[in-house]
Design a binder for this molecule. Structure first.
Ligand SMILES: Cc1ncc(COP(=O)(O)O)c(C=O)c1O
Length: 408
């Protein structure tokens, strides 16, 4: 394993200058986990109580209430130990029976994951795919749905492999017009982009049916929790299934616990629930609209700065995600070497996935990470490029960042 030399002094300096909040020794700008706020670490370190203790149950109940606010749902929410993948499984297994058809709308690696999960559960899976970096053509989705028999359609709000956002305003009406359920993977979007489950997309009853996420991205909480919301039509779909091919993931087993968290089905990760409780309170204090707007500004600002260095964001501006940027490296840049040197300066970014390995970097800019931290990281990117003999304009990039972000 490579030993990474961290430069605590860099991060401590940021912390002192900006009033604290992030004790992270390294600045984790991968697509998740994201930097964790001091107050969340403090919440995580509280005394572990019995999972049926009414004091813990009250905290879990609060989390569920906050989740209902986050997604503005009149359905039911579920919180459990697991990662985003398990949340994806929960969404599918409770809505589509083996042998029924699932249409996967894929804009990258994580869109494709729904197809693999569907196949593992014996669903008939059809996939409509875009080229990496592009949005799916809604006409192809319409045509796939016109063939009939599709029970549910999956969308990935932001595909973490490409930094492309799904065009919900166009796709959701196409899906709902067909009568299929609409399942949204919000793992790289929830709490940074609006996912309002009562928002009508064209017709009053055309709404998102299931939205899912995990704790470690735009919620800014360590990894370990799956969060899922089922709207009324998705709940009716589960109720109509005589059984589901799962035990832990069957929402019928969780419904009594979510209604009364002093009851037991499977032990919840008590300390992670404390952490989420604080994470959701931090997000609520910022306000959803402000948080979404801040992420839009951050995304624009990161892309503007990276362009100054010759990186090319894979997604067109209109399709680019506010949470994460996948950018092609300038010709001749050794991306692995750059990332290694950045890590030595305490800034951790990810490389490209699949055919983009060695050709692209992926930088997360979501959750509770501050704009000044990202600006510092972008300055470090420029300095590393300069150290490798590329005469990039560091100050111009940092200025482009602040100009696009909207404040100096
Ligand atoms: C969009 C998206 N969906 C699903 C997942 C899978 O989540 P996890 O790794 O928590 O299982 C990820 C992980 O990065 C993701 O980015």
């Amino acid at each position: 394993m490579t030993r990474v030399t961290v430069r605590p002094a860099v991060c401590c300096a940021w912390r002192k200058e900006r009033g604290g909040g992030m004790p992270n020794r390294e600045l984790l700008l991968i697509p998740g986990p994201t930097p964790v706020h001091d107050e969340i670490y403090e919440a995580l370190a509280q005394e572990t109580r019995s999972h049926t203790d009414p004091r813990f149950a009250a905290v879990l109940s609060d989390c569920l209430a906050y989740m209902r606010q986050l997604w503005n749902t009149d359905g039911e929410v579920f919180l459990f130990a697991g990662s985003g993948t398990l949340a994806m499984e929960m969404a599918l297994v409770n809505t589509v029976a083996p042998g029924e058809t699932l249409l996967v709308v894929s804009q990258g690696y994580f869109g494709d994951r729904f197809a693999e999960i569907g196949q593992a559960y014996g669903l008939r899976v059809e996939v409509v795919r875009s080229a990496w970096g592009e949005q799916v053509d809604p006409e192809m989705v319409r045509q796939a749905l016109a063939r009939g028999g599709v029970r549910a359609v999956t969308l990935t709000h932001v595909d973490t492999s490409t930094g492309v956002r799904a065009d919900l305003a166009t796709l959701v009406p196409v899906i709902k017009e067909s009568g299929a359920l609409c399942i949204l993977d919000g793992v790289c979007a929830t709490a940074a982009m609006e996912e309002d489950m009562r928002r009508p997309y064209g017709q009053p009853e055309w709404t998102l049916d299931v939205v899912l996420t995990a704790s470690q991205k735009a919620l800014g909480v360590p990894p370990g929790l799956g969060l899922v919301a089922f709207g009324p039509r998705a709940l009716a779909a589960r109720a109509a299934l005589p059984r589901v091919p799962a035990y832990f993931l069957d929402i019928a087993r969780w419904q009594p616990i979510m209604a009364d968290p002093t009851r037991y089905f499977a032990t919840p990760p008590v300390n992670m629930v404390y952490a989420l409780h604080k994470g959701l309170q931090i997000a609520l204090a910022e306000g959803w609209a402000a948080r979404y707007a801040r992420h839009e500004r951050l995304g624009r600002a990161v892309r503007a700065a990276l362009r100054q260095y010759g990186f090319r964001p894979l997604a067109e501006e209109a399709a680019a995600a506010p949470t994460l940027t996948c950018a092609l490296c300038p010709e001749g840049v050794d991306e692995a070497a750059v990332r290694k040197q950045l890590a030595a300066r305490g800034v951790v970014v990810a490389g490209g996935l699949a055919h983009l390995a060695g050709r692209a970097v992926r930088m997360g800019h979501m959750g509770n990470v501050r704009a000044d931290q990202i600006a510092q990281a972008l300055q470090q990117v420029g300095e590393v490029l300069q150290a490798n003999g590329r005469p990039v304009p560091v100050q111009a990039a940092v200025s482009a960042f602040w100009q696009a972000y909207g404040e100096e």
